[in-house]
Design a protein around this ligand. Structure first.
Ligand SMILES: NC(=O)C1=CN([C@@H]2O[C@H](COP(=O)(O)OP(=O)(O)OC[C@H]3O[C@@H](n4cnc5c(N)ncnc54)[C@H](O)[C@@H]3O)[C@@H](O)[C@H]2O)C=CC1
Ligand SMILES: O=C(O)[C@H]1O[C@H](OP(=O)(O)OP(=O)(O)OC[C@H]2O[C@@H](n3ccc(=O)[nH]c3=O)[C@H](O)[C@@H]2O)[C@H](O)[C@@H](O)[C@@H]1O
Length: 440
C-alpha cells in the first residue's frame, strides 16, 4: 500500500520508517529541507533507538523515501498527518498552524477514495473542522483520527507493537466514508492487528479525547506520587517504598509512580495545558481544573530541586561548581523540549552557580536552548572539581556510577538524586551526602 507521512519529527520519522518495515511503500514529507536530506540519506536526524536500522533497511530497499514536495504524494492511498502541535506562545492552547498548513497543502493533491489520517495530538473538534475543509476541495476523500501513543526512547517498539490502535472515523456524515476509512486503516495495520493488538473504532471526537485523556491520566499519576513525595519530605517517610506498596495493588499498578523531578517533554506538559484551554472554550473548564494542580505540583518539583541544591551548598550556589547529569527530558532520548533537567540547570546558572551539564545524547540540543551552559562529554568530566552533583535524567550510565571511583572526581561528595534511582546506602557508605526528592 502506498502511504504518505506528513511531518517527519519524533513521531513522523518513526511512523514512516515503521510503516515501511510493515511492508508498505512510504513517502515522508517535511517542510524542513535539512531533515528531509538527512532522512533521505538514511540518517536519523535525532536520537531514537532502533530508528537508524529501520531507515537503513527501508531507504536502502527503496520502500521509503522523503521529500519536501507534497505534490509527490498524490498517489498515496493513506496520508498520515504527524506535524507538531506545540503550545501557543500566547497561552495554553495548542498551536494548530502546522496542522492547518499541512492539510491545506495536501488537499489539492488528494485522490478520490484516499484517506487522511490524523496522528498529531489535537484539541477535540479539530478533525471535524478539517473534514469540513477537505470536503470543500476533495469530497471523495475521507478523514479519520488515529491517535498515537508511542513513547520516545521506545518509539519503534511502540509503533510496531502498540498496546491498542484507535480509529476515529466519520460518524455524522462529515469526513467521508467511515467503512472505507476503517478498511484502509485495517490494511495499514494488518500486521499488528494479526498479532492480536486490540482495535477500537469510534467517532472523531472520542478518538481525539482518548489521546489527551491518556496523557492527562499519566501526568496525573506522576503528579500524584510527587504530591506524596512532598508529604514524605514533610514527615521523613520514603516515597519509593510508598510507591512500591501502593503499586502492588493491581488496581493502582507500579508504572508511572516514579517520584522525582516530574514530567517534561514535548507532550505531557503541553497536552494537559491544551486540554484545559479546550475545556474552557467548551464551557467545561471546571471538569479539568484538577489538571492545573497536576501542572503546578509538577513545576514545584523543579523549584524544590533548586532549593535542595542551594541548601546542600550552604545557603547559596553563587560560585559553586555544580555537575548536572542529564539534559534530555527522559533517558534514551535527545529531546530537551520542556526538560526538567535543563530547566534546573538553567535556574542554577541564573542563580550564580558554575554549572557543567552532561548528557549522552542531548548536549547539542541543550546547547541550542541554553548556549551559556557548559557541557562535558561524560559524567567523570562534568564532575571534575564539583561541589555538588545532581542526577536529573536517569540514563543507565548515570544509574550505574560507582560511588567510590566517582567520588575521586569531585571536590565535595554531595549528590542529589532527582530521579530516585541510586542506592542511598551505597553512596552514603562511600562517604557521600546523599539527598533525594521524597526520601529521608
Ligand atoms: N514525540 C512523541 O513522542 C509523540 C508526539 N505526538 C504528537 O505528534 C505530533 C508531532 O510531534 P513530534 O513529532 O514530537 O514533533 P516534531 O516537532 O518533532 O515534528 C514535527 C515535524 O513536522 C514538520 N512540519 C511542520 N509543518 C509542516 C508542514 N506543513 N508539512 C510538513 N511537515 C511539517 C516539522 O518540520 C517537524 O519536522 C504532536 O502533535 C505531538 O503531540 C504523539 C505521540 C507521541
Ligand atoms: O503524547 C506523547 O507524545 C507521548 O507522551 C508520553 O511519552 P513520552 O513523553 O515520550 O515519555 P514518558 O515515558 O511518558 O515520560 C514523560 C515524562 O514523565 C516523566 N516520568 C515518567 C514516569 C514516571 O513514573 N515518573 C516521571 O517523572 C519522565 O521522566 C518524562 O519526563 C506518553 O507516555 C506516550 O504514551 C505519549 O504518546
Amino acid at each position: 500500500m502506498r502511504i504518505s507521512v506528513i511531518g517527519c519529527g519524533y513521531l513522523g520519522a518513526v511512523h514512516a520508517a515503521s510503516m515501511a518495515k510493515l511492508g508498505h511503500d512510504v513517502v515522508g514529507v517535511d517542510t524542513d529541507p535539512a531533515k528531509v536530506e538527512s532522512l533521505a540519506a538514511a540518517e536519523a536526524p535525532f536520537f531514537e533507538p532502533g530508528l537508524p536500522e529501520l531507515l537503513r533497511e527501508s531507504v536502502g530497499s527503496g520502500r521509503l523515501s522523503f521529500t519536501t514536495d507534497t505534490a509527490e504524494v498524490a498517489d498515496a492511498a493513506v496520508h498520515f498527518i504527524c506535524v507538531g502541535t506545540p503550545q501557543r506562545k500566547d497561552g495554553y492552547a495548542a498551536d494548530l498552524t502546522y496542522v492547518d498548513q499541512a492539510v491545506a497543502a495536501l488537499a489539492p493533491h488528494l485522490a478520490p477514495g484516499s484517506l487522511v489520517a490524523g496522528k498529531s495530538t489535537v484539541p477535540v473538534g479539530t478533525a471535524r473542522r478539517l473534514a469540513e475543509r477537505l470536503a470543500a476541495v476533495q469530497p471523495k476523500a475521507s478523514l479519520a483520527w488515529n491517535p498515537e501513543f508511542l513513547r520516545e526512547g521506545l518509539a519503534v517498539q511502540d509503533t510496531l507493537h502498540p498496546d491498542r490502535i484507535v480509529y476515529g472515523v466519520p460518524r455524522d456524515g462529515v469526513g467521508g466514508d467511515a467503512e472505507r476509512a476503517e478498511a484502509l486503516l485495517d490494511e495499514v495495520y494488518a500486521a499488528p492487528l494479526a498479532e492480536g493488538v486490540p482495535k477500537l473504532v469510534t467517532d472523531h471526537a472520542t478518538a481525539e479525547l482518548v489521546k489527551v485523556a491518556a496523557n492527562s491520566f499519566l501526568a496525573t499519576k506522576i503528579s500524584f506520587i510527587n504530591a506524596m513525595a512532598e508529604l514524605c519530605e514533610a514527615t521523613g517517610a520514603d516515597v519509593t517504598a510508598l510507591a512500591d506498596a501502593i503499586g502492588m495493588d493491581v488496581r493502582i499498578g507500579r508504572k508511572f509512580l516514579n517520584a522525582g523531578l516530574g514530567f517534561g517533554g514535548g507532550c505531557l506538559p503541553k497536552d494537559i495545558r491544551a486540554f484545559m484551554a479546550r475545556a474552557g472554550e467548551l464551557g467545561a473548564d471546571q471538569a479539568l481544573s484538577f489538571l492545573a494542580e497536576v501542572d503546578s505540583i509538577n513545576m514545584r518539583r523543579r523549584v524544590r530541586m533548586v532549593d535542595l541544591a542551594r541548601e546542600v551548598s550552604g545557603g547559596s550556589v553563587v560560585g559553586r561548581r555544580i555537575a548536572v547529569l542529564g539534559a534530555a527530558f527522559k533517558p534514551d532520548s535527545d529531546d530537551v523540549r520542556d526538560s526538567p533537567a535543563l530547566n534546573v540547570a538553567a535556574q542554577l546558572q541564573l542563580q550564580g552557580a558554575d554549572v557543567v551539564v552532561t548528557d549522552p545524547e542531548a548536549n547539542e540540543n541543550a546547547g541550542k536552548v541554553w548556549p551559556t551552559l557548559k557541557f562535558a562529554d561524560s559524567a567523570d568530566e562534568a564532575a571534575q572539581g564539583a561541589d555538588v552533583v545532581l542526577l536529573l535524567t536517569e540514563w543507565k550510565q548515570f544509574r550505574d556510577l560507582d560511588p567510590v571511583t566517582f567520588g575521586k572526581r569531585v571536590r565535595s561528595k554531595r549528590i542529589l538524586d532527582g530521579r530516585n534511582v541510586l542506592n542511598p546506602q551505597a553512596w552514603r557508605d562511600a562517604g557521600w551526602t546523599y539527598r533525594a526528592l521524597g526520601r529521608p
